[in-house]
Design a protein around this ligand. Structure first.
Ligand SMILES: NC(=O)c1ccc[n+]([C@@H]2O[C@H](COP(=O)([O-])OP(=O)(O)OC[C@H]3O[C@@H](n4cnc5c(N)ncnc54)[C@H](OP(=O)(O)O)[C@@H]3O)[C@@H](O)[C@H]2O)c1
Length: 301
């Protein structure tokens, strides 16, 4: 069995599972399924069916992905099929930029619960530090995210959401939260891969007991053709995708690769029987070039 650098509370490597304890006291799988851009109900159903069979227990969605209803429908059928209960899986959803504000944020979460057909979310994230229709430099963005966060705290206190967090926040947005938040964010979900090693955010998270979860770990496929990634993968007789995901895991960073291809659902989960050496880790981290393949929140006031 490999020696892991991260602290796990539970692990079942045969079932592709490693569990991490959040500051909210709840456990979160370190690995899960991303669902952005999977919109068709039949594809959602097949992918979640295969993922649950292979041991995935975390599903990442968002109101803006427009697939919560399909995920809810699929889980209704698939949880009993796989002998699972709601409490066996971890569902993350996110508040869209257009839903920011006190009442809209509360109502948006209630709608996500309804579409996902569940009484509670395991994790609810503010998707983006800005509010839709406001210019990036509008100081109304700061007030909108403050109000949204306070609504998230209310949802958390009411038990509708077990853990709350934020996504795409920079250190500036996170520091600002310290002035009004009574609950520290349990999770920060940001783009993080070898071309974008966000050390400042990782340090902030380590200091405040916030878990950093990566999105776009494969750089939306761009990193799969990087020659250093391919080199490490060849030596380990693994796929470039597996090396990239493992690079995140070995830093205690959660990963949520998205695929709608059933073979890749399996490939992306086979991460527990190999290990990157310290030299591999350093080699990959040195690829950093501050490249973002998704969106850039640095200009949001
Ligand atoms: N909070 C945010 O703002 C935010 C932003 C972006 C993403 N996310 C979340 O993070 C998840 C993952 O990020 P992402 O979708 O941006 O990017 P990603 O996981 O880095 O890459 C997804 C792309 O890689 C392909 N792929 C997946 N596994 C592969 C493999 N083993 N070999 C070759 N190609 C593979 C997929 O195509 P196929 O489907 O054809 O396999 C898809 O085109 C999202 O689904 C979403 O849940 C959150």
């Amino acid at each position: 069995m490999p020696t892991f650098v991260f602290v796990l509370v539970k692990a079942d490597f045969a079932m592709n599972r490693a569990i991490f304890k959040l500051c909210s006291g709840y456990d979160m799988p370190l690995f899960g399924l991303g669902t952005c851009q999977i919109k068709e109900s039949d594809i959602i159903y097949k992918v979640i069916d295969e993922a649950l069979r292979l041991g995935y227990r975390l599903i990442d969605t968002a109101s803006s992905y427009r697939n919560e209803q399909h995920i809810g429908n699929a889980l209704k059928d698939l949880l009993p099929k796989h002998g699972l209960k709601r409490s066996d899986i971890f569902i993350t959803s996110k508040l869209a930029p257009k839903e920011q504000g006190t009442e809209p944020a509360y109502a948006a979460c209630m709608q996500s619960l309804q579409r996902l057909q569940t009484d509670y979310l395991d994790l609810y994230l503010i998707h983006w530090p800005g509010k839709q229709k406001l210019k990036p430099d509008d100081c109304g963005n700061a007030e909108a995210r403050r109000q949204s966060w306070l609504s998230c705290e209310r949802l958390h206190k009411e038990g509708k959401v077990r853990s709350i967090g934020v996504s795409n926040y920079t250190v500036k947005h996170l520091d600002e939260m310290l002035g009004y938040a009574t609950t520290c964010p349990a999770v920060l979900q940001v783009e993080y891969h070898p071309y974008l090693v966000q050390k400042d955010l990782l340090s902030w998270c380590n200091l405040h007991n916030t878990h950093l979860q990566a999105y776009s770990s494969l750089g939306r496929t761009h990193l799969l053709s990087d020659k250093d990634v391919i080199d490490v993968a060849k030596r380990l007789e693994r796929k470039p995708s597996q090396v990239l995901l493992r690079w995140g895991l070995q830093q205690n960073i959660g990963v949520i690769p998205k695929t709608q291809n059933l073979e890749r659902v399996a490939e992306n989960a086979a991460l527990w029987d190999f290990e990157l050496t310290t030299k591999d880790m350093e080699r990959l981290s040195q690829l950093h070039r501050n490249t973002k393949f998704c969106w850039d929140p640095s200009g949001i006031a």
